[in-house]
Design a protein around this ligand. Sequence first.
Ligand code: SAM
Length: 280
Amino acid sequence: MEWFNETLYPNIGQRFQVTKVVFREKTEHQDLIIFETPVLGRALALDGVIQVTEGDEYVYHEMLTHVPLTAHGKAKRMLIVGGGDGGIAREALKHPLERVVMVEIDRAVVDLCTKYMPGVSGGAFDDKRLDLVIADGCKYMAETSERFDVIVVDSTDPQGPGEVLFTEQFYKDCKRSLAPGGVLCVQDGVPFLQPDELVMVNGRLKKIFADAYAYVAAIPTYYGGFMALGWATDDKSLRQTKVEVLSERFDKLSIRTKYYTPHVHAGAFHPPRFIAEKLA
Ligand code: SAM
């Protein structure tokens, strides 16, 4: 029986039993594989790094979407950078948004995830509110004049095509593209194994935004314990939104979740000490 060995770290890692390789190709941008596993259903890996599995994708997609949208409370326009599997878009479109722009560099990720893991996007790409742009998110941010209430960067790790999505200039362009009261959330690595990424991202965001912090979620296949999700906004009150207000806003949307709740939202901004110390 074959195994998929994740190559994100040189000297520690996880492996997945492979019951079937569903699809594999070197796209224009990255080495893409979709394979079947006995425990987590189908999984997508890019350049040897697990991106999404059918078994646990709800954790990351619910937390990277409902936290900023519920804290904002009246978002109408949202931008997703990356996110080609469609999970963020699926969760976002459950909110009363008027327009969601998704800027994904690799068309193959969208096409292949829609074909082989359709449950992740759940029809999001057919929603008329979604505008899919195939481009480098860094270039798009430098050029767009559109304003958004929420920007989510659902990128790969800071290597390969994703590297440009962790630069100070990119974050400055995100800030310029946020409407007043807007919030930026970014995929910020697993602090236990990628502490430098958390410190680097938070340090850069702190220079640009009035409030830069991170919140945590436990995603089984982002190996190494809690994942950090970077938070940045000029409205310091957003992060302090009371759980009663979060509940009032979220519950009336009747969105079925498996991980996110307003209490989990509020608690996520109180990370364990070893993470909080890196954000100080
Ligand atoms: N949830 C995953 C994680 O936390 O690592 C990320 C999943 S999603 C598949 C990552 C997406 O970022 C991929 O589809 C990849 O093609 C896209 N991406 C990487 N670099 C990009 C760039 N410069 N501009 C736009 N999309 C990019």
